[in-house]
Ligand binder design. Structure first.
Ligand code: 1CP
Length: 334
C-alpha cells in the first residue's frame, strides 16, 4: 500500500496477476469437479484459494479469487466459464433490447463476496487484499462477441456502427463493476485493480472517446474509499497516459514498455506496477534472474513501484520459479 501511495518502502513489494489458481496443484485439488463460477460463490473456498499463493510464494498481497464476469452471473445472465476457453455468454448483447437485460446488482446479490472478503481480511492480518473488477470495455467485448475474441470484430462493429448503443452499454457496465468494487472495498479490501485486459486493441482516439469516460466513471465511483486504484491493460503502451488520467493511482504496465519509459508516458504523480514478461519463467533461471533484475533496474528511479508480471501467470508455470522471483525481488530491492 505504501508503494501504491509512492511512500518509502523497505523493499519493492511483489504480487502476481493470476497468482490464485491455474498454476497451483493445491488450487486444482480444491476446485476438483466444481465449475469455476460456482467456486466463486462459496466464501470459505474463495478464501482458501485466495490464501494459497500468499502461503506458497510469500507475495506481499493477496488478490481476491473471483472473476470479472461474476457480477453479470449474479444478475442472472446466462454465462459460464468454459475450461481452457474463458467466459462464454449464452445470448450475446448486441441490441437495445439486449442492453435491457443488464441491470446493476444490489449489494444483497453480492453478499457472498462481502462474506469472503471479511473472512480474508481477518485471516490476512497486515497483508493487503486487492479486490478487482473488469473494466467496461473488456467486459463489453465478452458480452458482444459471446466469448473470448482475437480481433473484436463485433465489438468494433458496434463501436463504429452504433456508437450510442455502445456508449450506453459501457456506461451500464461501469455501474455494474462499480457495484462489484464497492462491495469488496466496503467489506475491507485494501486496494482495487480495474482490469481492462483487452483495451490494447483500441487506437488512442477511440479509447479516449468511447472507453475512457466509462472507466473514469468506475474509478471515480470508488475514489471515496481512499484505497489505491490500479488500472491495467495488455498491449496498452500507447494508452498509458490516458489510463492514468482516467483516475488511477497506479498504472499497470505490460512487458512491452520498459518501466522508465512507461513513467515518462504516464507522467508524475502515479505509481507503476509491472512488468516481467510472464513467459520468461519458462527460460533457465539465469535468464529469469537477469530479466527480473532488469525490471528492478528500469524502475529504480520511480517513486512508487509494485513488482508484478506484465500479464497473468501462465497455467504451465512452475510455481517454484515464482517463489524464487519473490525472494529475488525482496533481496535485490532492499
Ligand atoms: O479453469 C480454471 O481454473 C478457471 C480459470 C480462471 C481463473 C482461476 C478464470 C477463467 N478466471 C479465474 C480467476 C480470475 N480471473 C482472477 C483471480 C485472481 C487472480 O488473479 O489470481 C482474476 C483477477 C480474474 C480476472 C479476469 N478474468 C480477467 C482479467 C485479468 C486477465 O487475466 O487479463 C479476464 C480477462 C478474465 C476472463 C477470463 N476468466 C477465465 C479466463 C480463462 C479468462 C480469459 C479468457 C480470455 O482469454 O479471453
Amino acid at each position: 500500500m505504501r508503494a501504491c501511495r509512492r511512500e518509502p518502502v523497505e523493499h519493492t513489494p511483489v504480487w502476481f496477476m493470476r497468482q490464485a489458481g491455474r498454476a497451483l496443484p493445491e488450487y486444482r485439488k480444491a476446485r476438483e469437479g466444481m465449475p469455476m463460477l460456482t467456486s466463486c460463490t462459496i466464501p470459505e473456498l474463495v478464501a482458501e484459494i485466495t490464501l494459497q499463493p500468499v502461503r506458497r510464494y510469500g507475495v506481499d498481497a493477496a488478490i481476491f479469487f473471483s472473476d470479472i464476469v461474476l457480477p453479470l452471473k449474479a444478475i442472472g445472465l446466462g454465462l459460464e466459464i468454459k475450461p481452457g476457453v474463458g467466459p462464454v455468454i449464452e445470448q450475446p448483447v448486441r441490441t437495445e433490447a439486449d442492453l435491457g437485460r443488464l441491470r446493476v446488482p444490489d449489494p444483497g446479490e453480492l453478499s457472498f463476496i462481502a462474506e469472503a472478503v471479511r473472512i480474508l481480511t481477518a485471516e490476512l492480518g497486515p497483508t493487503p487484499l486487492i479486490g478487482f473488477g473488469g473494466a467496461p470495455f473488456t467486459l463489453a467485448s465478452y458480452l458482444i462477441e459471446g466469448g473470448p475474441s482475437r480481433n473484436y470484430e463485433q465489438t468494433k462493429a458496434m463501436m463504429y456502427g452504433a456508437p450510442d448503443l455502445f456508449d450506453a452499454l459501457l456506461d451500464r457496465l461501469a455501474d455494474i463493476t462499480a457495484a462489484f468494487l464497492r462491495v469488496q472495498l466496503g467489506a475491507g479490501a485494501s486496494a482495487v485493480q480495474l482490469f481492462d485486459s483487452w483495451a490494447g486493441a483500441l487506437a488512442p482516439a477511440d479509447y479516449r472517446r468511447h472507453v475512457m469516460p466509462a472507466s473514469a466513471k468506475v474509478l471515480g465511483a470508488v475514489a471515496g474509499f481512499g484505497a489505491p486504484r490500479i488500472h491495467f491493460g495488455v498491449g496498452t503502451g500507447e494508452l498509458l497516459a490516458l489510463m492514468g488520467a482516467a483516475g488511477a493511482d497506479v498504472v499497470g504496465v505490460d512487458w512491452r514498455v520498459p518501466l522508465d519509459e512507461a513513467a515518462r508516458r504516464v507522467g508524475p504523480g502515479k505509481a507503476l506496477q509491472g512488468n516481467l514478461d510472464p513467459s520468461v519463467v519458462f527460460a533457465p533461471w539465469d535468464a529469469v534472474e537477469a530479466a527480473t533484475r532488469r525490471v528492478l533496474h528500469d524502475a529504480a528511479g520511480l517513486d512508487g513501484h509494485v513488482f508484478n508480471l506484465g500479464h497473468g501467470v501462465a497455467p504451465q508455470t512452475n510455481p517454484d520459479v515464482l517463489t524464487r522471483i519473490v525472494e529475488l525481488v525482496h533481496e535485490a530491492s532492499s
